[in-house]
Design a protein around this ligand. Structure first.
Ligand code: SF4
Length: 358
């Protein structure tokens, strides 16, 4: 596999600002309010035309909810979604229709996301019928071309989803997403249910389709090797917030947030002669119902100091085009202890002024 180029220079296709999704919890026989699940909290980023933004983090950190919220498959609690300069988060379903066509999704479980009672050709044709006035002959031709483009055969068009392998079903899901000629596809763990050998084929297909059609992707995944391969930039999420956002090269070369550092340290190195220093996280991810005060990561962060327990850090530029939400990456005069590489390994912060960038 050849990694994508590291930079994409073009105007934002999608911009989200302080996007938030909370779910109300109710309990008791009177269904009284019993708290909120903070699935996504004030998340901001942009995706350029032809760009892939990777989104990584542990299970339950809000990655999938963020993807569904920006597609408006679930309604945001607060914040804005701007599509090609137009705000779309408050549009009603009729006004939203042309934008739905331009924003499609590919989901993790290709079997669950395909209607088992529909033939493959109808699954791919459905969005064309929904969004366009094309006649039957033209639709048939478009569907056949899409089958060919994603590596399926024409004789498979009358078959049902259960007659396809896992990889073929995901190709079918990709063909369905491509059918209305979208600009952005949210790929939600699109290869994690597939065999490793098939994963590479599907990833390469997505890269080829991006080059051919100028697509943008929000690529949600927990497999960091896959994210590194396909993404131009990567956002790291923890408990509903983005804690680091930068180019793929900068993140994988020198992560600046302790959580990103720990995630990358957990990736196995294939060469047994290479010893990588590991940052081991203590404890479990806190509940999104009971978010810790201050920095959400302080209950597991080996560098946490007093300020971390009371003040939540905001996402700021710690190096050119490298955003981080950590007090230790702010201007040295304004912070407490800073990380020294030897102490980092022992899980201690030290009270000196220098703040290394990776
Ligand atoms: Fe750790 Fe404090 Fe930085 Fe949060 S703000 S990541 S607790 S050092």
């Amino acid at each position: 596999m050849t990694p994508v180029e590291s930079t994409v220079a073009s105007a934002p296709l999608l911009e989200v600002e302080a996007l938030t999704k909370h779910y109300d919890l109710r309990g008791g026989i009177f269904a009284r309010p019993a708290g909120k699940v903070h699935a996504v909290d004030e998340v901001s980023f942009a995706i350029a035309e032809g760009e892939t933004l990777g989104l990584v983090g542990e299970s339950g950190c809000g990655k999938s909810t963020l993807g569904k919220t920006l597609l408006r498959l679930v309604e945001p609690t607060a914040g804005s979604i701007v599509w090609r300069g137009r705000r779309i988060d408050q549009l009603d379903s009729g006004a939203m229709r042309p934008y739905r066509r331009e924003m499609q999704a590919v989901f993790q479980d290709p079997y669950a996301s395909l209607n088992p009672r529909m033939r493959a050709a109808d699954i791919v044709a459905e969005p064309i019928r929904n969004f366009e006035q094309s006649g039957p002959a033209e639709i048939r031709e478009r569907v056949a071309a899409l089958f060919d483009r994603v590596g399926l055969r024409a004789e498979q068009m009358p078959r049902y989803p259960y007659e396809f392998s896992g990889g073929q079903r995901q190709r079918l899901g990709i063909a369905r997403a491509l059918a209305p000629r979208p600009k952005l596809i949210v790929c939600d763990e699109p290869v994690s249910a597939l065999d490793v050998s098939v994963q590479a084929q599907v990833i390469n297909l997505l890269v080829d389709l991006q080059r051919e059609f100028g697509l943008s992707y929000l690529f949600v995944a927990h497999d960091l090797a896959v994210v590194e391969h396909i993404s131009h930039r990567v956002a790291v999420m923890y408990l509903g917030r983005i804690v680091e956002l930068t180019s793929t090269r900068a993140l994988f070369g020198s992560p600046l947030h302790p959580y990103a550092e720990a995630l990358l340290a957990a990736v196995p190195v294939p060469d047994p002669t290479v010893r990588r220093e590991r940052l081991i996280l203590a404890g479990d991810v806190p509940s999104p119902i009971k978010i810790p005060t201050g920095c959400r990561f302080h209950t597991r962060c080996p560098y946490a100091f007093d300020r971390c327990r009371v003040e939540e850090p905001t996402l700021k530029e710690a190096a050119p085009a490298h955003l981080v939400a950590c007090h230790l990456r702010e201007a040295p005069a304004s912070v407490g202890p800073a990380i020294r590489s030897d102490d980092a390994q022992r899980g201690k912060a030290t009270p000196n002024g220098g703040v290394p960038h990776g």
